[in-house]
Design a protein around this ligand. Structure first.
Ligand SMILES: NC(=O)c1ccc[n+]([C@@H]2O[C@H](COP(=O)([O-])OP(=O)(O)OC[C@H]3O[C@@H](n4cnc5c(N)ncnc54)[C@H](OP(=O)(O)O)[C@@H]3O)[C@@H](O)[C@H]2O)c1
Length: 281
């Protein structure tokens, strides 16, 4: 990793039971950070404490539960004393797939609640610790919102809920970035391409269950599932993503949006005229 302004301290990462969140815990702890990671059950707490040792602190909370997020914030506040939190990484997320006509309303709601309501609640509640509370000492903290290289910028068929939630995260981040400028709290979007994590099991499950197999969307839906499987096979190693996120927190002037991906063609997809993309899909 290039030489960076050392900014080590304490970070809060949501959704650390698996995938990207768990990989980030490892990399941040190796770099000397103290990590508060959110999980939803005791089993994960024990597992992560065993894996990461004393620099890992579990916060048991669901990102959509305001009371639980408030309790978690109190725990972090007590730990920090009069110091600011270095960063909040809004990572927790799910992937819901399916044709709008048959998508259960509860699935759509869960997708948006997890990603955008969760990002809103965690941001709102942790903001004083990141430096809007001027009585705290230390540099203002940073907020990293995890979007998706494609889902955050273009709408893919049968991924309406996922793409809507990621577009919302991007818009939310832009408003927030401007709103928090006077406080020196930088808001960064990290929009990865594919990273091999359990989230991709969703695609496998959809194929096995063939939930929409008897609908008129069966054939194009399967085609999308197949192409998603190919994305998963071309994943960026987790350590590379972690390096980008650590850099975004430590560098003096971070970019507004990072798109770490193994497939460089994905970087230009958002700039292709919409009508051409319509035909491509
Ligand atoms: N993997 C990729 O290729 C990729 C690409 C672009 C963007 N992303 C984004 O990266 C983020 C992490 O995904 P991942 O690939 O690491 O998936 P993952 O392995 O399935 O991890 C998702 C994490 O989010 C947690 N979570 C889900 N709902 C939650 C809730 N309501 N409250 C608290 N935690 C909750 C899960 O906890 P439980 O174990 O308790 O369910 C889990 O720890 C997501 O926002 C995803 O959209 C992933």
């Amino acid at each position: 990793m290039e030489s960076l302004i050392k900014f080590s301290g304490t970070v809060v990462i949501t959704g650390t039971s698996s995938g990207i969140g768990r990989g980030l815990c490892k990399s941040f702890i190796e770099r000397g950070y103290n990590v508060f990671g959110t999980v939803r059950n005791k089993k994960d707490v024990l597992e992560l404490e065993k894996e990461f040792g004393q620099n890992f602190n579990a916060l048991i909370m669901d990102v959509t539960n305001e009371k639980q997020v408030l309790n978690a914030k109190e725990k972090v506040k007590n730990y920090l004393g009069n110091k600011t939190l270095s960063a909040l990484i809004n990572n927790a997320g799910i992937a819901t797939l399916g044709p709008v006509e048959y998508l259960p309303t509860s699935d759509f709601k869960k997708q948006l609640d997890t990603k955008i309501l969760g990002t809103f609640l965690c941001t709102k509640i942790f903001l004083p610790l990141l430096g809007t509370d001027h009585s705290l000492l230390g540099e203002p903290g940073r907020i990293v919102n995890i979007s998706s290289i494609l889902g955050g910028k273009i709408g893919s068929p049968f991924m309406s809920s996922y793409c809507a939630s990621k577009h919302a995260v991007e818009a939310f981040s832009e408003s927030l970035r401007r709103e928090l400028k006077p406080f020196g709290i930088k808001v960064i979007i990290v929009a990865p391409g594919s990273i091999s994590t359990p989230i991709w099991q969703t695609v496998k499950k959809q194929k096995e269950q063939d939930k929409f197999g008897k609908t008129k969307y069966s054939v194009p839906f399967k085609r999308i599932l197949n192409s998603l499987e190919q994305f998963d096979q071309n994943s960026l190693p987790m350590e590379k993503l972690a390096n980008v996120i650590i850099k975004s927190i430590e560098t003096k002037n971070p970019k507004i949006r990072y798109n770490p991906t193994k497939d460089y063609s994905q970087k230009i997809w958002p700039y292709i005229p919409k009508r051409i993309m319509d035909n491509f899909f």
